[in-house]
Design a protein around this ligand. Structure first.
Ligand code: BG6
Length: 469
């Protein structure tokens, strides 16, 4: 059933995330049959009126919507948008929300979306309290949630003065990606995979998310944040939990969080000597970046989950900006068979281990690579692969982008794909040795695969990417 009509209060409404993902996502939800009737009240530090905000939103939907945007539908969507500059204060916001509620029929629900950096979250919560907009509402908090353990705890304490835990939705959009959910489907719906998903059969795991993108005008956010806080402590660790967790007792928020949090509790604190930080050449000349910046735009690390299932299996994580390719893969490398009957020179083992690879791209591809016989005389082996894609298997209207799915889930009050405060606090604890003693940043060329010492980090193993080397 569709949830009750919603007023969405969008903080950071003119920012990069709002323009790229949130406004186009809400446009798609508004025109699809999936979401309820809604009004959106945007607010941010910029001074603009309804008309200017509508223009910005329509432009954003035209530029970033993943589906064709029809003019009539855009015009209709624009009429559902309102704007209040943040400096006008709590009363003006309250009045705008009241007017938006009046435009909807029947009982309505308020959903606040805090698309703001960690430091701005507490003042926003205070504004919501002052505006009397807390009761019965829900609030989505953007990542990163805090910048270290202490600030995450302070942020949690501040939110809890206003909101009860069931009202709070801490978002991590990687968990809303179709392929991330497919990890759960693949692992827990198939009898053939369950028995081998452990240290006896798996040698190591890589979660590799290189990006070609650079700062995209986000220096003010990125400079104090860096690749580790932007991507690893959030997205990569969350995805790692889906890969590593024990089977939950049900596909429901508490059982899933419980199992994910156990993974986080079993993670060993990160050793700075197992981390490579990098910065692309030219970063310090970017507008808004300090000439002596120490911010990492690249990070690669080894982490370990010290539990029954994973003891001794290293997890290698890597991500960064301005790299050679944009990819988002999870690669599971299997152990070699106990002994080889094949003669030297037949090719076995020369092209790396067998792999199962999940591609977190939107069409949810998976592949298995393994050794097979090369046709012809004798016994020569080559790496073969089987691929599966889920594209085209669903009605296009039912396909949801990560943010769309998660916003819709929040409207339904479903926290299954949201993160929890104790999980997040544990991840900051795991990260503390690195944050307190960060290794130096190594320069790397834009368009490369990062600093050269990433090979040492993983040796004698190899990075799975690039695929065609
Ligand atoms: C965001 C980060 O959370 O995720 C960005 O702030 C990053 O720096 C982005 O580019 C990647 O998301 P996606 O969905 O494009 O893989």
């Amino acid at each position: 059933a569709s949830p009750e009509p919603h007023v969405v209060v969008l903080f950071g409404a003119t920012g990069d995330l709002a323009r790229r993902k949130l406004l186009p996502g809400m446009f798609h939800l508004a025109i699809s049959r999936l979401a309820p009737d809604m009004r959106i009240v945007g607010t941010s530090l910029e001074d603009m009126d309804d008309a200017q905000f509508r223009e910005l939103a329509v432009r954003a939907c035209r530029e970033f919507s993943s589906r064709p945007a029809d003019d009539d539908q855009l015009e209709q969507f624009a009429r559902q948008l309102h704007y209040v500059p943040q400096e006008k204060g709590a009363e003006a916001l309250s009045a705008a929300v009241k007017a938006a509620r009046a435009a909807l029929e029947g009982p309505t629900r308020l959903l606040h979306y805090l698309s703001v950096p960690p430091a701005a979250a507490i003042p926003v919560i205070q504004t919501l309290e002052a505006a009397g907009l807390v009761e019965g509402s829900r609030v989505i908090m953007e990542k990163p949630f805090g910048t270290d353990l202490q600030s995450a705890k302070a942020l949690n304490a501040a939110i809890h003065t206003a909101f009860a835990e069931p009202q709070i939705f801490r978002i991590d959009h990687f968990l809303g990606k179709e392929p991330a959910m497919n990890i759960l489907a693949f692992r827990f719906a198939n009898g053939f995979i369950e028995p081998i998903w452990n240290r006896t059969f798996i040698d190591h795991i890589q979660i590799d998310v290189p990006e070609q993108l650079s700062l995209e005008g986000r220096a003010a956010f990125y400079e104090p944040t860096g690749a580790f806080r932007d991507m690893v402590v959030t997205h990569l660790f969350q995805v790692l939990a889906f890969v590593a967790m024990e089977p939950p007792t049900a596909l429901a928020p508490e059982p899933i969080s419980e199992e994910k949090n156990k993974v986080f509790r079993s993670m060993l604190p990160l050793k700075p000597s197992n981390v490579v930080r990098g910065q692309y050449r030219g970063y310090r000349e970017e507008p808004g970046v300090s000439a002596t910046s120490d911010t990492e735009t690249f990070v690669a690390l080894k982490c370990e989950i010290d539990n029954w299932r994973w003891a001794g299996v290293p997890f290698y994580l890597r991500t960064g900006k301005c790299l050679a390719e944009g990819q988002r893969i999870i690669s599971i490398a299997f152990r070699d068979p106990p002994r080889s009957m094949f003669p030297a020179g037949c090719g076995v083992g020369t092209q790396g281990p067998d792999h199962l690879t999940f591609d977190l791209a939107d069409d949810s591809r998976m592949s298995i690579s393994f050794y097979g016989k090369r046709p012809g005389p004798g016994m020569l082996l080559d790496k073969q692969s089987m691929q599966f894609g889920l594209e085209g298997t669903a009605d296009a209207d039912d396909v949801l982008e990560a943010y769309e799915r998660l916003i819709l889930d929040a409207m339904h009050g479903d926290r299954t794909l949201y993160t929890t405060s104790c999980g997040i606090e544990r991840l900051w604890e795991v990260s503390a040795p690195l944050l307190e003693n960060p290794p130096p940043v190594h320069p790397y060329d834009a368009g490369s695969w990062g600093p050269s010492n990433i090979e040492e980090l993983i040796a004698p193993l190899e990075w799975r990417l690039p695929f065609e080397r």
